[in-house]
Unconditional design. Structure first.
Length: 202
């Protein structure tokens, strides 16, 4: 069967256009409050931070109070503190905004695998807990903290991110991904627990 050749000039235009289009999906921004530079990624119509927030909001914590964990996983925030964690032009995503992201990343049954980093997740029963990071979202398992004590847990096992949506006066929704399954889960948690934060652009 005859297959027409694509002119070289047209092929070059296509290559440049495709490269530019892909390049536009990723970027950076600077948090003017402390000068930290964050990676960003556009997934669907949303622009997200491509790493966990690390703004030292009053009352926020590093896992086990160790700044080295903050450098890698970002800080942990209670729900009230999480509402002040994002800088101007960005905000704590609602449950609905998280759901839009999950749909764009293949749906809740497989989005966890696509959004997890390719390293940093603990193995389980001989099976890798890592993902494919297909969209450059680069979720890391930053674990959990508590305002009631200095207890920290689940580093390398769970990544949990607050939403701005309340379940009740004492509980709010958060998104969860773990090292065992490929899916994502919605939960509602005690507002005094400390989870990670991802910001989405206004």
């Amino acid at each position: 069967m005859y297959k027409p050749e694509i002119p070289l000039a047209l092929a070059l235009v296509c290559t440049l256009f495709c490269t530019t289009t892909l390049a536009q999906q990723k970027g950076t921004f600077t948090d003017t409050r402390d000068g930290k530079i964050y990676k960003t990624v556009k997934i669907g119509e949303q622009v997200w931070m491509a790493e966990n927030n690390n703004y030292n909001a009053s009352g926020s914590k590093c896992y086990k109070d160790n700044t080295a964990y903050c450098d890698m996983y970002g800080r942990l925030y209670s729900w009230e503190i999480s509402k002040t964690a994002c800088c101007k032009g960005w905000h704590l995503p609602s449950k609905a905004e998280w759901e839009i992201l999950m749909a764009a990343a293949g749906g809740e049954k497989t989005a966890g695998k696509h959004l997890k980093t390719t390293n940093g997740w603990r193995d389980h029963n001989g099976k890798s807990g890592n993902g494919t990071d297909s969209y450059g979202f680069s979720t890391l398992p930053g674990g959990v903290g508590s305002s009631y004590s200095d207890n920290f847990s689940y580093l390398g096992i769970y990544g949990l991110w607050w939403s701005s949506s309340e379940y009740s006066s004492d509980y709010a929704y958060y998104e969860g991904i773990n090292n065992i399954y490929d899916n994502v889960h919605w939960y509602y948690g005690d507002k005094h627990r400390f989870y990670s934060v991802r910001c989405v652009k206004d």
